[in-house]
Design a protein around this ligand. Structure first.
Ligand SMILES: Cc1cc2nc3c(=O)[nH]c(=O)nc-3n(C[C@H](O)[C@H](O)[C@H](O)COP(=O)(O)O)c2cc1C
Length: 164
């Protein structure tokens, strides 16, 4: 199995981060991976809003219900759906952010901004932009573990194959 496959297969949401900023090269590499994500008709109707200031991270976190990872993060990237964009593309970019982060030794957790209208105002965006999802980033604390229990559903529950 390739390292790349192991990276994809082993990716987990990690929510415990050290209190130190991201190296600019790490953040730049993560954003570059986001920017190069494929999108429907290659429209790239998205933008990536980076929040690093600790006070701004606290403020951003107020706009979702399970946003402790944002509060604790070194940086959080809000995936902004621009007019014409769609959530499939946003999801692809989010996963690329997480995978690229992992390659740089940066842990990550997807986060929902449940009150996305408030999040949009907080970020100074316009009414035709949507700020519903973000990815919290940081260097994992030693021993940090994923918090989801039970791993994944059995393959027999989720894969319907027409192979003979
Ligand atoms: C669309 C989406 C929204 C999520 N929102 C949150 C969230 O608001 N807060 C949070 O802590 N985790 C959030 N997560 C992370 C999930 O809880 C996590 O992907 C799931 O528990 C599996 O974690 P694992 O990969 O570590 O097993 C979200 C994940 C997705 C895909």
């Amino acid at each position: 199995m390739t390292d790349c496959y192991q990276l994809i297969r082993g990716l987990r949401a990690i929510r415990d981060y050290e209190h130190r900023p991201l190296h600019p090269e790490d953040l730049d590499a993560i954003l570059e991976a986001a920017r190069w994500t494929g999108s429907s008709k290659n429209r790239q109707d998205w933008s990536f809003h980076v929040v690093e200031d600790p006070e701004r991270l606290q403020g951003l976190a107020a706009h979702g219900d399970f946003t402790q990872p944002v509060r604790d993060s070194a940086a959080t990237i809000v995936l902004v759906k621009e007019p014409g964009g769609n959530m499939f593309d946003i999801g692809r970019a989010a996963q690329n952010i997480m995978l690229a982060a992992r390659t740089r030794g940066v842990a990550s957790c997807p986060v929902t901004l449940h009150r996305s209208d408030d999040a949009r105002s907080f970020l100074g965006l316009s009414s035709d932009q949507v700020a519903m999802y973000a990815v919290a980033l940081g260097y994992a604390t030693p021993g940090a573990q994923p918090r989801s229990y039970g791993g994944r559903k059995d393959a027999s529950q989720v894969i319907r194959s027409e192979r003979t």
